[in-house]
Write a protein that binds this ligand. Sequence first.
Ligand SMILES: CCCCCCCC/C=C\C=C\CC(=O)SCCNC(=O)CCNC(=O)[C@H](O)C(C)(C)COP(=O)(O)OP(=O)(O)OC[C@H]1O[C@@H](n2cnc3c(N)ncnc32)[C@H](O)[C@@H]1OP(=O)(O)O
Length: 674
Amino acid sequence: MAQLSYVSGSVGLITLQNPPVNVLSAATRQGIMESMKKALNDPKVKSVVICGQNGVFCAGADIKEFGPNISGPSIVPLIYDIEVANKPVVAAIEGSALGGGLELALTCHYRIAHSKTRLGLPEVTLGLLPGAGGTQLLPRLIGIPASLELITTGRHITAAEALQLGLVDHVTQSDTVDSAVKFALSVEGEPLDSRRISKRPCPHLPDLDAVFEAVMQKARALQYSFFAQRAVGRWSMPSGASWNTSKARPVHRAAVLGLGTMGRGITVALAQAGVSVVAVEIQEKQLNEAREHVYATLERGAQQSGVSPSCANITYSHDIQAVADVDLVIEAVLEDLSLKEKVFQQLSAICKPGTLLCSNTSSLDLNCLASQTKNPELVVGMHFFAPAHVMKLLEVVYGSKSSPEAVATAMQLGKKMGKISVAVGNCRGFVGNRMLKPYIEQSYFLLEEGATPELVDKALEEFGFPMGVFRMSDLSGLDVGWRVRKEDGLAEPVGTSGQITRLRGGRRYSPLGDILCEHGRFGQKTGLGWYQYGRPGGRVAKSDPWVFNLLEEYRARLGLTARPIDQQEVLERCLYSLINEGLCILEEGFASSPEDIDVIYVFGYGWPKHRGGPMFYASMVGLATVLERLDHYYRSNPDVPSLKPCKLLRQLVASGSPPVHKWKEITKKIQNRL
Ligand SMILES: CCCCCCCC/C=C\C=C\CC(=O)SCCNC(=O)CCNC(=O)[C@H](O)C(C)(C)COP(=O)(O)OP(=O)(O)OC[C@H]1O[C@@H](n2cnc3c(N)ncnc32)[C@H](O)[C@@H]1OP(=O)(O)O
């Protein structure tokens, strides 16, 4: 289970041999102990390298051994023997070094890792704490804050991050064992005292309490998120109807109308949920492409999950009449109001009585669609997020006439599809996209004032978003927002000369996004956006000097002087304006609770889960602070209404900033007054 061999004259090479991932079973521990003893007692051996067979260092304890009757040698004397060895011991880390595997590496005097290695202490995910020295050695090596983060999340890190943290001494792209052996030869005979991590002092932190408080806050946010996810299922509508008074109808057969990207994803998600689907697309070519795409996606999903694909559940048609006897239709045609209105007129005439008519619109007025039908009470929005078969979030939108039964049915269907469904009211952009608007708007204003896309994205990514606002916009396509702004009469051709108006519709407007689109820069799909991607469809964002020049010329044209902008300002302006919009939504009753908003942001918009969601985050920062900063920014930007603190925020602060779960009492009072 561990083999000692001799290489390069003086190096004892101990290879863990417990396929597939070299876990520390009793026999492996025994093998390491015996090999170590032999190597240390052998005068020919001047240094030792420990590696794992088959490109994997060690995945930790053998989980199968856990139980009351663990046999074999204890790990503690084993790691002690390695650390006190009087010959340098080098860990050659490839593949994975996890749990006890990483602890084994930490007891070695040096660590050389391959660039593709993953390292971590995932014990917490198994309900354990690292017990073989990890909690003591890691803080002495990489400091308390980083260790706390790794130990409490169980996160696996890359070799690059490990190098940056000081967890490994060297990262190699070539043969790891060769590199480790060469390294071992180079340190033979050198003193080892400073390399014994347990002998190092634990770093002193003047603000230790604050560090622990930050970790506790993360834990509180995660616990909040757990309960918030469950709370959204207990939905209510302003009419008083709610989950416990409204009965969902069974949906055995559903139709999807329009098989573009969204329609295909919805078809897959329905089929995977065991619902029989009628998939309708009037264009023959698109229908055939969709059939192949859906089939391939279901096959892939089935392979991954080990269940048989659900293709047999789907029938395809190019005739809208095929929806005549389904229980529910999800319309996913182009985002064009007149087209959707026509479709809803047709559906209302074709479908059997009682069929629920749902729209996947992300921006149109649901009441307009409902008004085209004989039974507007049967119309609700089911706003999926792309890719619809992957993304967890579903906004179930109720219009002014939607019946509680229709909402209950859409919520239940969402649950069956594995979604986290949140019931929301019918305002422009619903909840998620409505809050995104001031966030994006602020990011453009920051560019005008001197920031770069890189600076803004860095601040947001360090906050915890998987992508900053500009990288996210490039991914989703800049033309989408441009079309909406043109329809709203906001975007007008800018050109290279002439006046640029920054006040449009009585409020400040930044045409920067429009200028990019005028140059055909739609983001990743065209290979150029706020960043450059090398080719259309490219994924790797690189800074683009063209954008910097554009920003300079733009500022010069408008007489704006660039000023230094720091990360704090980026976060405050982008996040607090988004939070303010969320509070407006609560105030107006389009979301029934702060948990609804937080779940939407965590599951649909990449808000970092360990920060709970925008509403929870605001309460952590302190509502009074959010109010004070918004007041400050609004005073210097009176033409930006999204910075004006909303009534609910003032009211909450005036009521002593109660915790999130108490906000409902105050929102109710405000809503009753409206
Ligand atoms: C409580 C007292 C214990 C006393 C023990 C004494 C000594 C131990 C010393 C210290 C103890 C520390 C605690 C721990 O180490 S807890 C374990 C921490 N490690 C992990 O959580 C790693 C879990 N594994 C993985 O994350 C992955 O498997 C990975 C290593 C990344 C490889 O992924 P991949 O390439 O995708 O391969 P598979 O996941 O399919 O795994 C391949 C097969 O290996 C089995 N496996 C993996 N890890 C373990 C493990 N730690 N114990 C037992 N078996 C493991 C996995 O089940 C696969 O097997 P099969 O194909 O038969 O299903």
